[in-house]
Each structure stands twice: as C-alpha cells, then as structure tokens.
Write a protein that binds this ligand. Sequence first.
Ligand SMILES: [Fe+2]
Ligand SMILES: [Fe+2]
Length: 377
Amino acid sequence: MVERTPLRIRDRFGYENAQVSRSTEAAFMFVHVLADDAAKLSDLCGILDRRFRVAAERLDVDVKLSEAPHAVVVRADLRVVKNIAALKKRSARMAKIPKRIFLVEEPSHVCISQAYALGATLALPGAINQSKLLAALANPAEPERASPNGEPHQDNAVEVAAAAIGSMFTAVSLGEPIDVTGTKEAGGQIADRITERGLNEWLTTVRRHHEGTYQHCLLVTGVAVDFGLRLGLRRSDLERLHSAAMFHDIGKATIPLAILDKPGRLDVDERTLIETHPVAGYDFLKAHTGVSAEILDAVRHHHEYLDGSGYPDALCAESIADIVRMLTISDIFAALIEHRHYKPTMRRAEAYDILSRMQGKLEKALVAAFKEVALTR
Ligand SMILES: [Fe+2]
Ligand SMILES: [Fe+2]
C-alpha cells in the first residue's frame, strides 16, 4: 500500500508531480533530486517516489530542505557552464550527503570526470537505467570514520583517487597536460589506505562507487599496492609500482566509452581499437616531465606476455621488466573481479584460477606469490 502526500516545497519550483511516498522501509530514506529542467525532474521522481521520500529541485531554484537527505541524485547536462556553476554553489551542502549519484547525460570522459570533480560518489553515464539507479540508492552508504581527534569525517581516499583519474582522462581528451604529481600523490593515498585497512575493504568500496574504466584503474592500483606489500617492497619501490598502476590505462581516454563499457564481447574492429591504448598512453605521457622511463615502459607494455603473445610489441620474457610483470598480473586479476552491471562478479578464487592457468605468459613465481593477495588479503 503506497501512501502519498504532496511535497511541501513543490510550488517553489513549479513541479507538479513531486510527492512524498511511504511504502516500504526504503521509503524512510530521503532522496534529494536535482535536475536542470522540470521534465527531467518529472522522469526521475516517477522512478524514485514509489520507493523513497523525494524532494525535487530545479538547479536554477535554491530551496532549503527541512531535513538532511540520505542521498542526492543529479541529472543535468554537465557541458553547460551554468549547470556546473549551480552545482558548485551547492557543493558544501552536497558534501555532507553520504551518497551523491550523478546521472551523466553525455557519456564522455570529460562529463564523467566533471561529475567526480563536482563531488559525485557514483557517476552513471548514458540513458537512465532504472534498476541500476534503484540498486545504487538501496546499497548502504559508506560508514563515516572517526578522525584522530574524535570528529567524524568522510574518508575520501576513493574520491581523491577517482578525481585524479578523472582529471587525467579529461586532460587526454582535451589534449592538455596532466597533473603528474597529483596523480602520484593520489596513488600514495591508496597505498596508505590499503596499508591501514587492507585490500578487501578497498575492493568493496571501489566497486560500490565506481563503474567502468575508473573502477578498473582504482582496482588495479589497489591490487598492485597489496601485491607490493605482500612482496615486502621498500616504500620507494612501492611508489614506483603504484605510480605505474595509476597511469597504466591512460590511453583508454582515446577510446569511446561505448566500446570501453560495451556489454559482452567486442568485435574484431573494436578489439583492434582497444589494443591501441598502450601506445596511445605512451605517446601522450612521453611529452611530460616527471614521468619516468619506467612508467612509460609499464604503460606501453602492460599487455605483453612472457611467451611473446602480447601486444603492442610482442616482447619476450627478458625484455619485460619486473615491475611490468607485477602490473600485468594485477591488471588481469582486477579486470576479472570488476563489477559490471551486465554480468555477475567473478569470485576471487575463480579469477586466481584463471591467472594460474595462463602458463608461459606470466611469471610463475610471481603468480604463486600473488595467491595470498588474490585469496586472503
Ligand atoms: Fe590496459
Ligand atoms: Fe588495465
């Protein structure tokens, strides 16, 4: 039985259908919906107001809410300057809301990274996927952690790292230089976080908040960090590894999202295009100071195999550096355990089984050492 009462603030933004619903336990959750026009608000409320209490607001109208929402859902064209300005104006208030879901209309690297720069905890590109949105809202928000002085604060290592990857992808898309130091520092924050809380918590948090290539880059860096910790690398060597991981797929910024995020198998032309990303990344990064020859090597060669069957240069064992061998194992494992909305998530044991059956392609001793990372950490 759904009981509806009119939303108190609806007259202020001229939106007729906004309502407060109470039906299930989910209805106690209060969701703030923001959009850049009334039709989008109407569509979104049509999806949400059967499950949640909803307050709808147009971006060009500033409404004071009577209580703090549990989540905010934003649907706006992030190529439009006045929409970005309106969201920036709300950023301090929005930062206090645990779940901030941006439905990104234009599925481009630039708009997705804009969403993260504006504080999104999850960016869903393209047409609205109702079941995905409802599932994202129904998942519990990340718990707040206490700071050393006892004050609660949002832990933001994931957001900092996602923003760094987002700004890298934007820079490549626009042909601008990237922030090399900031990207390395974000990798350092991932290392600190995993040293403190372990790999499992990182995997869970990243997979809950991020999709597609962002999720992949964050997972690879986390897995590589934990692999380095398992092997007892010195701090400076761990930094080399997580820096290489942060940059490894930067060349994917040149590949359309429709191909990167395509559900199911790629055709031959799409596969050929995807396989251009190591060289594209290498070519882009080599013009930057602060990017070592070792990082360039890792970016270019993380899809090479010891038996010479990899790409782009079909290198053989002796030409593949240790750090690249470690990165390749982390990369394959992370790709296998990614959350994709169109398929079930592979269990870590199954992913490790696949890795260990790639005989001749990966270094046996490293794969053996990786077992503990894959299964127990
Ligand atoms: Fe790659
Ligand atoms: Fe990758």
